[in-house]
Design a protein. Sequence first.
Length: 147
Amino acid sequence: MALKYTKKTIDHFLHPKNIGKMDRPDGFAEIGNMVCGDQLNFYLKVDKGKIKDVKFLSFGCASNIATASIMTEKIKGMKVEDAKNFKWKEIVEDLGGLPQQKIHCSIMAVEGLQKAIKDYEKHIDEKLKKEVREEVKKAKKIVVEKK
Ligand code: FES
């Protein structure tokens, strides 16, 4: 029995958007599904709290490619805070539906996005902590010099 895909899903599968790697991303995630064996890698560039660029690599099925492709189109330019609330149902609706057996592909795409955002936030946290430590160091040096 063949699965029924919408024209839009087939189009994103055959002509995926934002596919590829990215040098020095601000956020990166690798996510996989142990049951089907598919995998996705996501790369994010963030500027002033917005997703400036996003790329993905797929090691998976047609739905894996199509769902990641349409999601990257939707989130490019979006505020990181809004992207955190992006739902897999939006992908399915936008594609005009997915076969029931392929819903998990859209869920994995969104989980990959959330993981890449967490990676970005971890780096921001580390960067801020480093800046604070350097400022404290400078301040201590000034105090010591004034004594
Ligand atoms: S079959 Fe698992 S991601 Fe598509």
